[in-house]
Every structure is written in structure tokens, then in C-alpha cells.
Design a protein around this ligand. Sequence first.
Ligand code: PMP
Ligand code: GLU
Length: 402
Amino acid sequence: MITAEQVRLSQRILNMQESATIKMSAMARELRAEGHDVISLSLGEPDFDTPNHIKEAAKKALDEGYTKYTPVPGLLELREAVCAKFARDNNLHFKPTQIVVSNGAKQSFANLSLVLLNEGDEVLVLAPFWVSYYEIIKLGGGVPVILKAGIEQDFKVTAEQIEAAITDKTKMMIFSSPCNPTGSVYTKEELKAIADVIAKHPEITIVSDEIYEYINFTDAHASIGAFDNVREQTVTINGFSKGFAMTGWRLGYIGAPEWIAKACAKMQGQFTSGATAFGQMAGAHALTSDLAPTHTMREAFRKRRDMVIELLREIPGFKVNHPQGAFYIFPDISHYFGTSDGNTIVENANDFAEYLLQNAHVAIVSGSAFGADNCFRLSYAASEEQLREAIRRIGVAVAKLS
Ligand code: PMP
Ligand code: GLU
């Protein structure tokens, strides 16, 4: 219901859905505050603290006076470090004028949507997709065109599907690999096939969200922007939240064709200006130092992934994928649709998420928010003990459904 006050809000915000990931973790927090023992596996956030040497670099930068406004696209030290990182890890070769540092990868994508889209432009969104893409595209006036891939195709959209969806209104394509919410990793060959399709349409910009790059268990991260035929039409997004456990620092960046980078900096110059000065210095330090702490976290995630797969596969009716990256697992639970515990009927993934929250006190996120109505997302960025207990409770709760 819309209240008298809400009538005074803009159509823009009334049309916007709240972030499902953030909403679910807030609900878990509320239940916990009421005294319930809730395990929240809803938010995609590493449970590790930022590695010490990065924190030390921030403290040093503060002491050295990095407390002022920075250039809008970021301090040169950080943009140079980002260029070096792109060259080292991704075979992407940018000049600092092609880098824009933002308050998180989320803002990086918001800039892109606002500077590249006009009213009615279509954006191909490879589903399952990260929740915020959808609303940010709408905010830019774009029309999300959802291309679905179920568990039978390892949640990966094919080049053929993309080709069939392109119209003369298609302006952009967005996807993440490793993928939030499925953990799937597009191989170099799959990306090459997609690049070959998009290269035939130079007016389409590929937005490649690689924020989970360092949490990849295949050791074979590939960047679509490295293929020569789409180099000039690809924007690569990355950031510090996941690989360096720096969610609260709010630091992300893009590497882009210079005309896009300039437009993003212009947009950001009116919205937020440069990201936090001392955080940027810490970011530069993170990118140029030994990645051992990042690799240690990745190995911990790998161990948990293996455990979580094994435990979830024991639950009857769960179809479980074998994610190769990120820290999510995305079971297909459509088997339970139309069942009931005698009180609650589970018709869909939203009902299933609600049922688990109320009956198992485990918070996960419904797949609907990610464009996958048969699934739910579980974040295994939690301790092994919590994961074991959560999955035990899920098993007990679903055993009551028939
Ligand atoms: N892209 C994906 C795929 C994500 O999962 C997230 C989640 N945080 C972001 C972007 C945004 O990251 P940041 O914290 O840098 O804004
Ligand atoms: N990206 C994370 C997630 O998917 C963090 C929350 C958010 O920004 O949506 O849970």
C-alpha cells in the first residue's frame, strides 16, 4: 500500500525494488535482534577481515595526509596500479586515463548505465544475474532483456542465445564471471564465442563484471575484453570487496575505452567525486603486493564449497551445481514447489526462502531476485560450523514438506 507520504516520492524510486540481498540480511538481523538464533547466509560478503598489510597501508596514508579530495577518477598511484594489475592478470592494456575508480563496483556499474543508456535501450542481462544490475539498468532508462540459463547448462548463457536476442535497440550486455549468484565461470572458449557474436555489433558495449576474479577454483580466469575483436567495446569492472575482503571500504574500478571513462568521471564528478583518499592508497598497495592472503582466502572458500556441495547433495530433491568460483551455491529446489508442512504452502522460491527463514532460522536469498525462479542462493562465506548447522536445519525443515 502506498502511504500519503510515499505519494510525494518520485516515480523513479517507487518503481525500484529494494535489493533482495540487502533486504534478506536485514530481515535476518531483525529476527536475531528479537532473540532468535538465525544463521544468515544471505549476504555476499567475505567473513574474513581485510589483510593486515592493507590496513597498515591505509593507516600510513592517513598519517601522510591523504585526507583530501582526490581527482574524480582516482589518485594516479591507484590508477597506475590498476593498469599494472590489468596487464599482469588479464592481458588488458589501459592507460590511467582509461581507469575510473569509484565507491565500489556497484557505483561503477551505475555510472555506466547512466552514461551509456537512453530511454528504451535494451540491455542483455545474462541470467542468473546479480540483483542490482536490473534496477540500475532501469534507473538509466534501459530495458533489461533477461537471457536465462538453468542448471542443465551450468547456468551459462550461450553465444547462440545472445545472438538470437540482439535487436537494433541492444546497447549493452552485462554478466559476471565468476558469477554471482551461481559461482559459474565462463571458459575462455565460451567467452570467445560470445565475443565473436558481439563484435559484429560495434554499437553494443560489453560490461564484464570480474569482481570475483580472485575467487576462482579453476585457476583460469579469462577476461572477454582481452579478445582483440571486442577490446574497443568492452568495459571491465573489478573491485576490492571480494578478493581482498574490503566490502566496507567501498572501492571499485573500471578499465574502459577513454570516451566511456571520461563520461563516467563526469557523471561521478556531479554525484560523489573521487573515492576515499586513504582507501585508494591502500587499494594501490593491495594490487601491487603479494596476493598470498587472497590465495589463502580462496583456498578456505574452496574447502567450504566442497563441504557445502556434499552436504546439500544429501538433501532429497535438491539439484546442486558445482560452482567454480565466487562463494555462492545455487541449488534448484523446484522439486518442493507445491508442497506443504501442513501450515505453509511452498509455491515458489520466494515461499521457500521465507519458509527456511521462519522454520529453520536460516536466511538465504530466493532465486527470483536473480532471474532464476527455481533456485535459491546460499553464500558460504561463513564458518564451517555455521554452514554445517545451517544445512542440517535446512534438511530438517524440508523433510517436513510433502
Ligand atoms: N558485482 C557483483 C557481481 C557483486 O556480487 C557485487 C557485490 N557486492 C558488486 C558488483 C558490487 O561490489 P562493491 O562492493 O564493489 O560495490
Ligand atoms: N553483492 C553482494 C551480494 O550479492 C553484497 C550485497 C549487495 O551489494 O547486493 O550479496
